[in-house]
Design a binder for this molecule. Sequence first.
Ligand code: KIV
Ligand code: ZN
Length: 518
Amino acid sequence: MTEPSEASRVVIFDTTLRDGEQSPGASMNLDEKLKIAQALEGMGVDIIEAGFPIASHGDFEAVNEIAKVIKESVVCGLARATHNDIDRCAEAIKPATRGRIHTFISTSPLHMKFKLQMEPEQVFDAVVDSVTRARGYTDDVEWSCEDGSRTEHDFMCRCVEAAIKAGAGTINIPDTVGYAVPDEFAALIRMLFNRVPNIDKAVISVHCHNDLGLAVANSLAAVQNGARQVECTINGLGERAGNAALEEVVMALRTRQDHMPYSTGVKTENIMQASRLVSAVTGFTVQPNKAIVGANAFAHESGIHQDGMLKNAQTYEIMTPESVGLSMSKLVLGKHSGRHAFRVKLTELGYNLGDNVLQDVFKRFKDLADKKKAVFDEDIVALVDDEAVRVNDRVQVISLEILCGTKHRPPKATLELEIDGLIKACEATGDGPVDAAFNAVKELFPHTARLQLYQVHAVTQGTDAQAEVTVRLEEKGRTVNGQSADTDTIVASVKAYVNALNKLLVKRGKTAPQALSA
Ligand code: KIV
Ligand code: ZN
């Protein structure tokens, strides 16, 4: 692998677990975060921003646990420019083989005046103080000027120079509100290289938000002008419209080597698996026409395109499906398929499961194969991802029966849940079978969360297809997404609802620190 120090090497800094988790509705528990961190490490991501340790005990624990298990990637924690934040972050990353403290403060006139209510000189002092404090703990310190793209150039140059002098090895320029356009953002990076005297002592990083749909374009423009670290997230998750999508940045650099002669250390064949995992864990489904990882990204509908593809795939494909980990294998499994074929299929799909998980998933596969004639790749992905999101849940679905149809009015649900180890059962009615089942959940586990979204989609074609259900709940301004898949739509619905409730329980323990906007 190319060393990150090489001039053309772009360092990939993934912030799915930090900025991505700040997406409204995307919350992850410790187990899920560990799984994602391991997938990112396996994929060759250089730096994993694992969380914001001061934000909550859960965030601290996640950074700390990730720091214990991740060996290849640098594990990074976020901290505002205060001693408390930095000390807590240092404590969290302590077990890391290689740990980084990422400290930030806003530098734009708007943020300094209204958000921080600080004078520029106070901010300047805080920059030096925070980087110095962080350097007391680790050699690897990153400093960010929040709202960088709306910061005055003179002030930015002063702060960047001072941060480098105080020991920051990485300087990150965020387009916090997704306001920049590519030529302007490129000029900002060039300006720093031209004006900051000690710029060669640091790696310049960019962190672009997607409010105008320009996050990836801005990131690439910055790389072409000297930036050598890109901050990004799987599936472009992140605050508001999200961050630059890792898969898009990496595949653009790989596919357009002729125009952008830079490399990353990312094993692109792992992209699909990471995308599916993040989608399953957060309940954020990937839009079908999403670049690189959308279900249609490699599908060809029109006759002319299909004809071209048959003659030469390059007519309409600028990258191969295999290069992002999409298996084009035709091995379809059924109820006679054995454990060996199942394991081969999982490997093809990019899953490397331990024996216990494999055992559980194989059993669920056999149950599914009893209900469906052919089990397609999409079914297996839904099944494995479903298993991944259910571990350690406080509330679990034990059984569900529904009476509905023209003769059973109103529809009735009989539900058994296991709540903190205790089995509880009840019957409830509702306007329809889903309503009755959700009412039963509310009776067994009373809560005030409101249902904001209920969405069903078929994983494959045919009436025996699995239904993948997404449920979004809102409670006191906190939103969470739950997801599940099953051939029975009502079972999938209840499991998705319960999955969302479990996430809410995790999220209740979190408080948003002040003055952290993105
Ligand atoms: O968008 C932003 O400015 C951030 C910083 C904390 C880097 O997320
Ligand atoms: Zn951000």
